[in-house]
Design a binder for this molecule. Structure first.
Ligand SMILES: [Zn+2]
Length: 439
């Protein structure tokens, strides 16, 4: 064999070894990502589980090993993996709930991350239920997670909810709350329910073991849709809603470990406020109401009625209907941009709340907050000494709803040349200037 041949063989062998090395490395890293097997040391848990749950098992109120076994035998559904669902899922999975279902058809967005901390920057764009599952799998491999990247609906609610022992309502709209409530009452499931907005929140237990009051007992009629504010409209502070979600997990643990019994359970509504001083006040609530449509003596709501769409929850709760103003009082963001380029004299009134105006605004605009009682716009002349009824006035808000109401008001007040910017600041960012931040 020539030295040339020897060299070639050696080089070939080095390449083979490098390849084997890569394969082995890949295998090791794959092994690290698969869930470790934890051999049970008795009929209950593995050594890892005794160590993992030890600090909660020794708390007297918790109830020791038997309570831990109850948690590991439990199967819990969390509806909504957002501001409430994030901490609830984190603590429930950490505490060793045996099996958790997560239903959410929403996608992780950067604007969620200041409060929905089960998700992360790296999971933006993923389904929230899948993103939450990957967090839980890393936190506690003993928990089995099932995901439902879908909306809970009349059609699927019974099929999904009947598989679970307990339901956490971590949603943010009355329509879905009534649906969850009715289905849980008809299936005999207890609900831990929470809500939160801005810096306040509430939580309660509904239909406890079918003896406690349900959501309809508390609220036979849905709230006026114009009073329902979402987190994107009204804002929300992360720790405030996080605290409510955490409290929901605590209530779930108390239910699953049988701290509450049919004898000692008293209906309550707990209310958390972050300002001025943080406090949780707990109000006693009335018991089950005899005239409740789903749990009372004269109940009329049935499984069949819900399943075949006999109750339209969205219709029941109503929608805010904006009666649009005439097209001649509206202007597109492009048309308005052309007017600026042509340096046309005009006044731009931004009718958003001042907190939003201070985040971002268009140059030259003035801020007069839209107020449905009209008080602020009534005093428009005080704001602008030189304004005439014939001046060109443009109105802008966040999405183009309030600006229509405000335009209508000004037209009624006798201003002749009023127009509102269709789609608001949001549209302006999309189509004219992407450097104007969305929030
Ligand atoms: Zn009821």
């Amino acid at each position: 064999m020539t030295s040339f041949e020897q060299n070639s063989r050696l080089l070939q062998r080095i390449k083979e070894l490098e390849l084997e090395n890569e394969i082995l490395r890949g295998k090791i890293s794959n092994d690290q990502t698969t869930i470790k097997e934890f051999p049970k040391i008795d009929s209950n848990f593995s050594l890892d589980e005794y160590k993992r749950y030890g600090r909660q098992m020794i708390v007297p109120e918790f109830g020791s090993l038997s309570s831990q076994i109850k948690l590991s035998d439990s199967i819990v559904l969390v509806v909504g993996a957002g501001g409430l669902g994030s901490p609830a899922l984190q603590y429930l999975s950490a505490a060793g709930i045996g099996s958790i279902g997560i239903i959410d058809d929403d996608i992780v967005d950067t604007s969620n991350l200041h409060r929905q901390i089960i998700h992360s920057t790296s999971t933006v764009g993923e389904f929230k239920c899948e993103s939450a599952k990957s967090f839980i799998t890393k936190l506690n491999p003993h928990v089995h997670v099932t995901t439902y990247p879908t909306k809970l609906s009349n059609e699927n609610a019974f099929e999904i909810i009947e598989q679970y022992d307990l339901v956490l309502d971590c949603t943010d709209h009355p329509a879905i709350r009534y649906l969850i409530n009715d289905v849980c009452v008809l299936l005999g499931k207890t609900i831990v329910s929470g809500s939160g907005l801005k810096s306040d929140g509430q939580f309660t237990i509904l239909n406890f073991e079918n003896i406690g009051p349900c959501y309809r007992c508390f609220y036979p009629q849905p709230p006026n849709p114009s009073t329902v504010t979402s987190c994107s409209d009204g804002g929300v502070i992360g720790p405030a809603i996080g605290l409510v979600g955490t409290a929901m997990a605590m209530e779930a643990i108390k239910i699953l470990t049988k701290f509450y019994t049919k004898d000692n359970f008293k209906p309550f509504l707990a209310s958390y406020s972050a300002y001025p001083n943080q406090q949780i006040r707990t109000f006693k609530m009335r018991p089950k109401q005899e005239n409740c449509l789903v749990c009372g003596r004269k109940k009329s709501i049935t499984k069949e009625q819900i399943k075949n769409g006999g109750i339209n929850y969205v219709e029941f709760c109503g929608k805010v209907v904006i009666d649009p103003i005439d097209e001649k009082y509206r202007i597109s963001v492009q048309e308005y941009n052309d007017k600026i380029k042509n340096k046309q004299r005009h006044t731009l009134i931004d009718v958003r709340p001042k907190e939003q105006y201070h985040i971002t605004n268009l140059p030259g605009s003035i801020n007069i907050e839209w107020d449905p009682t009209f008080r602020k716009l009534d005093s428009l002349e005080e704001y602008m000494d030189s304004i005439n009824k014939t001046d060109d006035i443009y109105l802008i808000c966040r999405f183009g709803n309030d600006s229509q109401l405000a335009a209508k008001k000004l037209i009624d007040m006798g201003y002749k040349n009023v127009k509102e910017l269709k789609g608001g600041l949001n549209k302006w960012t999309d189509e004219i200037d992407q450097n104007i931040p969305k929030y």
